[in-house]
Design a protein. Structure first.
Length: 181
């Protein structure tokens, strides 16, 4: 087993002009890390970055986190709405080899139970080489809600793309992996 298989690196990419410029603190990226700390029992490391709402910069950082930092999983937050500067989804779709639209569908479904404007969200997910990229909304409460909905499928997805085995705290997050034959 290679060293890569033993370490779990997870990218957390906050996309926000205002957080990038220091107008306000990044609560969304920190919310992702907190949720992951409660879910994951494996040794893992966060690769954390804040970037502005610029498609080229977002694309470059997604590739950097996947290739150079070797993140098997990358969560983005912000830039998933309908505003002109919301381009995280376009950046994700541009770099991904395969899209996984079920992630966005499920996140919108669970969010709609809380807020009718969830229909405006364009979250998606996809595979870039050996990394799963998941676009999350920008509000901390919505982040936890969406992560709890989609995370049960994430460790198995990472298995399928030859990533490291992610073990969870079953008391916090029960994941699904098919039974071996």
């Amino acid at each position: 087993m290679s060293a890569n298989k033993l370490s779990v690196k997870i990218g957390v990419l906050t996309v926000s002009d205002r957080a990038y410029n220091g107008t306000y603190a990044d609560r969304s990226g920190k919310a992702i890390v907190e949720v992951l700390q409660s879910y994951i029992a494996s040794e893992w490391e966060a690769v954390y970055k804040i970037v502005p709402d610029e498609q080229g910069i977002i694309e470059k950082e997604l590739v950097q986190m996947a290739d150079a930092s070797q993140c098997c999983l990358i969560f983005t937050t912000g830039g998933t709405g309908p505003a002109k500067r919301d381009v995280t989804v376009e950046a994700t779709e541009k770099v991904c080899d395969k899209l996984l639209p079920g992630f966005g569908e499920l996140m919108r479904k669970v969010s709609l139970a809380s807020v009718p404007t969830a229909i405006l969200s364009r979250q998606t997910a996809g595979i870039y080489h050996n990394s799963l990229i998941v676009n999350l909304p920008g509000k901390p409460a919505a982040i936890e809600e969406c992560m709890s909905a989609v995370f049960p499928a994430i460790p198995y997805c990472i298995d399928l793309i030859d990533g490291p085995f992610i073990k969870t705290d079953e008391g916090q997050m029960k994941v699904f992996r098919p039974q071996s034959k």
